[in-house]
Ligand binder design. Structure first.
Ligand code: FES
Length: 399
């Protein structure tokens, strides 16, 4: 009896579905081909556009100078619009025109997400020796200038479902920026986790935002900061490099914790050999990858006889063909930018996929940990030029 009922009931459901589908097809066929309302007239679309614009025109409201080599820029909308909200730890990508080159650079937001609601972002830029973009920004950007940027993005933030309730933050130099944003977010009650920050600098003069960090630690017991000096000693601070022993000293002894790292390349290299000593699960270790230039000489698996070579780079861009060169120590994206060929790019660390392009021919090297391509992309020769380095002459098709 039961089975008969089930078959009858399922048969009725199928008939009902067929009737609905047929009815809808009739409605579609009889509908006018004209658009009844332009998509922009729907409120939901207008709000979505405002919250997720393709690009932003920002005015530099103020420049805070730490030194000739480190400055903070307070940015507001140049069009009087709301700024997209962001998650503490995310970055803002700015667009630069340097000579004939158009390039983009991601900078972690060093302000609180709440500040975006009152119309302000803050980024902090430190000069990178031999860097292409940081020097241009530090030497040229003035209060009142208008810049182009792309809305905040990035995954270097706290995720309650993945991360432990306590995070040990390891910051080096200007890698402090995403952690200030996180500390502000915790202090204002918008994020609920404990942050123990170990902040490495060469000496006390190189500690950025010290007043701000100390004030946040004073007012919020979920945030603690410890300064670690590598090139000088002080009774008030730890000395040396931030490694497994120092992390163990400050991390909770009897509960799980996550480690977030943001700093220069040599710090990453050192921590990659130190962190396994802590015996943490992989999911509890996060590196912010969008900072810094790579030193291929210390990259595992890189063929050292390829250093200091120059290869030809042939670029196919929607039917046009360009010939240029690529130094082996530059990513293919850098070479394209230096040649004045504009490529969509945001994270510069293989994560966002904006720069995805096809290698038509040639050999390349992708450093460990940044190959985030889909399996099919890797199989069919697509790369993220931001983290692909030439090992031979290259022909590439960009989008
Ligand atoms: S810029 Fe994000 S993957 Fe290349």
């Amino acid at each position: 009896m039961k089975n008969t009922f089930k078959v009858k009931s399922e048969g009725r459901d199928i008939l009902k579905t067929l009737n609905v589908v047929t009815g809808r097809m009739l409605d579609v066929n009889m509908a006018s081909a004209h658009i009844a309302r332009h998509p922009d007239t729907f409120n939901v679309n207008r709000i979505a556009k405002q919250l997720h614009p393709k690009s932003l025109k920002l005015r530099i409201k103020k420049v805070d100078v730490f030194s000739e080599d480190v400055k903070s820029y307070i940015l507001t909308s140049a069009e009087g619009r709301m700024l997209p909200y962001f998650k503490a730890g995310q970055y803002l990508t700015v667009e630069l025109k340097v000579g004939s080159s158009v390039l983009t650079r991601p900078y972690s937001l060093s302000s609180s997400p709440r500040d975006s609601l009152s119309g302000e972002y803050r980024i902090t830029v430190k000069r990178v020796p031999a860097g292409f973009a940081s020097g241009h920004i530090l030497d040229n950007w003035q209060a009142g200038d208008i810049i182009t940027a792309y809305p905040p993005e990035g995954t270097f933030g706290y995720e309650p479902l993945r991360d432990a309730k306590t995070v040990v933050g390891v910051a080096g130099g200007s890698g402090i920026t995403p952690f200030i944003s996180m500390a502000e977010d915790i202090a204002s009650g918008d994020s609920d986790f404990n942050l123990i920050l170990l902040y490495g600098a060469r000496n006390t003069r190189e500690i950025l935002f010290k007043k701000e960090l100390d004030a946040l630690a004073d007012k919020c017991d979920k945030f603690k900061v410890c300064y670690v000096l590598s090139d000088s000693t002080s009774k008030k601070y730890e000395t040396g490099f931030i490694g497994a022993d120092l992390i163990k000293k400050y991390a909770p002894a009897d509960e799980a914790y996550s480690i977030f790292v943001c700093g220069p390349g040599p710090m990453y290299k050192f921590l990659q050999s130190e962190l396994p000593k802590l015996g943490l699960e992989n999911k509890y270790i996060r590196f912010e990858m969008s900072s810094g230039r790579r030193d291929l000489a210390i990259e595992p698996g890189y063929p050292k006889d390829m250093l200091e070579k120059t290869f030809s780079l042939t670029v196919i861009d929607r039917g046009s063909k360009y010939e240029t060169e690529c130094n082996s120590s530059d990513s293919i994206l850098c070479a394209l930018e230096k040649a004045g060929i504009a490529v969509q790019a945001r994270c510069r660390s293989g994560e966002c996929g904006f720069c995805r392009s096809k290698i038509v021919s040639g050999e390349y090297f992708i450093p460990q940990g940044v190959d985030k391509r889909r399996i099919a992309d890797a199989r069919f020769g697509y790369v993220h030029p931001c983290c692909a380095y030439p090992l031979s002459d290259i022909v590439i098709k960009i989008n």
